[in-house]
Design a protein around this ligand. Structure first.
Ligand code: PRX
Length: 647
């Protein structure tokens, strides 16, 4: 076995960090032995309108899965992220916005954010939005995205943010599922110098979904877009007609805050529902301790607000803590591969949080684009979204962080609301590639296939033994699916869908998904979604999709496609199918490889054996396992021969 290099906590961190190893251990112990005491105290980090008297009330019993935290307290998320900071930090910058073009930027103080969010909230009210209504947000990375989210929170509307890279069809599915009659979008988005036709997509989605009576359009590029009278309004025009004063709605701790759709192993994306009190307490505490955020720090998370990382660690966690949070509209390689590092120098960023796929892509461009920048403001680096391979970790540490900055490799999920397994920079020795140890209140369990927890060093499926305040509460509109997906595989525990190893020091190493979910460049996709897009093409009869190792994206999309009889494989058809999937789901779902397959390996009962398809995609032909149960074992030989012939 290769020896793992261990990085000690740097000396200066021992002095400045909120927590060292002793305080971590003590707080962790308390958090899991006395969750009511621990979280009851931690919940005071936010303002409550009416204090709670109960802390934890949760059950993982599959007959009665129910998760409630602070249930009789009332509060408001926008109040906590904005209003309560006005007295002490009204003139402090809340959001630094860095545009796609390096010449475009904006700084928004807490006072300005307060006025803008109140105005946006009044716009929504003017269009009839009430507490509990669902509002779909389909915006690029502009400040109005955060403003619109907070405006919903202010009036108790439930936002559903849809990533701007999703297609009209994907957007329509989410609008329909949430029964949302209001959509907020922009004329166009701008990324890497290219325009994204957001309003046109929203129009197409609204036509398909039905029930949309308002589209609020934020001007970004000022492109002329069709506006449907009565339904469509420009934000800047309607904003002038409303006041900048809007009181915060009093919300129960368990009132919904947002829905965020995420892919699972079966069926359509699920609407992950997060609520008010527990989510805010959890994102606030994790943002403070994981990033060791101190007043005055400049913090930058490069995610898009269309993903959970953007919700929890661009908007809610940082703003709850009165932080200065940077929002970036662009991409890492535009106008050049130095862009991230130039933004860090320009805004004197202290804490930088990004995804392994970006690190790997930039690593391929060499050290020079990094080394020509100073990065002296940097103190801490973070990673999220997929396993980070040790080579990329070392490069991030040595080249980006000049061997000076700890890296927090944070493991979590849309469902978990916030970070669950992570180093704390002043407390945890680091091992490249390991997410290290659990955060407060989190009890990871590694279980064997029979569902028995395994002690000590081991490998298996990762479960969490008990609830934490940031946990999702249900699948919107389908509680049974919530129970089935997360609490029925291993009864009495939350099943994450990830595989995991625990080493002799109790450190956790996430090995990737064990279900039919793939993680492509940090974006989560269900193989079933890509398959149903492919089979919707008139020339396709059957499709099976698997992940395979990809140098930059972590996993790539490998699609086996069986054509309708009479159809011939061709390069043109291959390109047509890739374009088709982009149109159906969005560019993130474009297959990297399409292998035309006259037949797929199926059991006699007709189930596709993906295990074999995965091995072929990984080029592991000598290791295909037992193929004797297949209805037609010769199918496998054909697939292998074709795969080899194509290389
Ligand atoms: O497989 C894990 C991987 O991303 C999945 C969750 O994806 P999503 O809900 O889109 O949320 C991504 C951002 C939180 C997990 O089940 N994952 C996330 N972070 C890590 C990770 N895998 C390894 N290491 C991580 N740090």
């Amino acid at each position: 076995m290769t020896t793992v290099k261990v990085y000690d906590v740097p000396g200066e961190w021992a002095n400045r960090a909120f927590l060292n190893d002793d305080t971590y251990q003590a707080m962790y112990h308390r958090s899991v032995t006395d969750p009511n005491g621990f979280w009851g105290e931690q919940a005071r980090r936010i303002d409550w309108f009416k204090p709670f008297t109960k802390v934890k009330n949760t059950s993982y019993d599959p007959h009665n899965v129910s998760i409630k935290w602070f249930e009789d307290g009332t509060t408001n998320v926008a109040h906590n992220c904005i209003d309560r900071h006005l007295a002490t930090r009204g003139d402090q910058v809340a959001i630094i916005w860095e545009g796609d073009d390096p010449k475009d930027d904006r700084k928004i103080t807490y006072k300005e954010l307060h006025a803008e969010v109140s105005r946006f909230a009044n716009v929504l009210k003017a269009r009839g939005v009430k507490k509990g209504d669902r509002v779909t947000i389909y915006l690029p990375m502009i400040p109005e995205a955060a403003v619109a989210m907070l405006a919903c929170a202010r009036i108790g509307a439930v936002h559903s943010v849809v990533f701007g890279g999703f297609s009209p069809d994907s957007l329509a599915g989410r609008i329909e599922d949430a029964k949302s009659s209001v959509v907020i979008t922009a004329d166009e988005g701008l990324r890497g110098g290219r325009k994204v036709p957001l309003k046109a997509n929203a129009d197409a989605a609204a036509t398909r979904a039905g029930g949309v009576d308002t589209i609020v359009v934020v001007r970004r590029t000022n492109a002329a877009v069709p506006m449907q009278a009565g339904r469509d309004v420009y934000y800047d025009e309607i904003a002038k007609t409303v006041s900048a004063d809007c009181p915060c709605e009093e919300m129960g701790a368990e009132d919904p805050l947002f829905i965020l759709y995420t892919s699972g192993s079966t069926g359509r994306p699920k609407g992950v529902l997060h609520t008010t009190g527990g989510y805010l307490v959890y994102t606030s505490i994790t943002h403070q301790y994981v990033f060791d955020y101190h007043d005055g720090d400049i913090y930058w998370c490069t995610a898009d607000v269309g993903w959970v990382t953007g919700h929890s660690y661009i908007v809610y966690g940082p703003l709850a803590n009165g932080a200065t949070t940077l929002m970036f509209e662009g991409v890492p390689n535009y106008p050049s591969n130095s862009r991230f590092w130039e933004v860090i120098d320009k805004h004197k960023v202290n804490i930088f949080y990004t995804a392994p796929t970006a690190i790997r892509a930039l690593m391929q461009a060499g050290d020079a684009p990094v080394k020509k920048t100073s990065r002296e403001s940097l103190r801490l680096l973070g990673s999220v979204g997929e396993p980070i391979n040790p080579e990329a970790w070392e490069w991030y540490h040595r080249v980006v962080g000049d061997d000076r900055c700890p890296i927090v490799d944070t493991w979590w999920q849309t469902e978990t609301g916030g970070i669950l397994i992570t180093p704390l920079p002043g407390a945890t020795k680091l091992k490249p590639g390991s997410a290290t140890r659990p955060f407060f209140g989190v009890v990871p369990q590694i279980v064997d296939p029979a569902g028995n927890p395994i002690e000590g060093p081991c490998e298996g499926s990762l479960c969490i033994a008990d609830s934490w305040p940031g946990q999702m509460r249900t699948v919107y509109g389908d509680h049974e699916r919530f129970v089935q997906t997360y609490f029925s595989t291993y009864v009495g525990r939350y099943f994450t869908g990830d595989g995991c190893r625990r080493d002799e020091d109790g450190y956790y190493w996430i090995t990737g998904r064990v279900d039919d979910v793939i993680n492509v460049a940090g974006h989560r996709l269900g193989t079933a979604e890509v398959e149903s897009a492919l089979v919707a093409h008139p020339k396709v009869s059957e499709a099976a999709v698997v992940g395979y190792p990809h140098d930059i994206k972590g996993q790539g999309i490998y699609a086996y496609v069986t054509l309708m009889s009479g159809q011939q494989p061709s390069e043109e058809l291959r390109a047509e199918l890739v374009a088709w999937v982009r149109k159906e789901i969005g560019p993130i779902a474009s297959p990297d490889v399409i292998q035309f397959a006259p037949g797929l390996p199926k059991t006699r009962s007709g189930k596709i054996m993906r295990r074999i398809l995965r091995k072929i995609a990984e080029n592991e032909f000598g290791n295909l396992g037992d193929t004797s149960t297949l209805a037609d074992p010769t199918v496998v030989d054909d697939l292998v021969n074709n795969r080899q012939a194509s290389q």
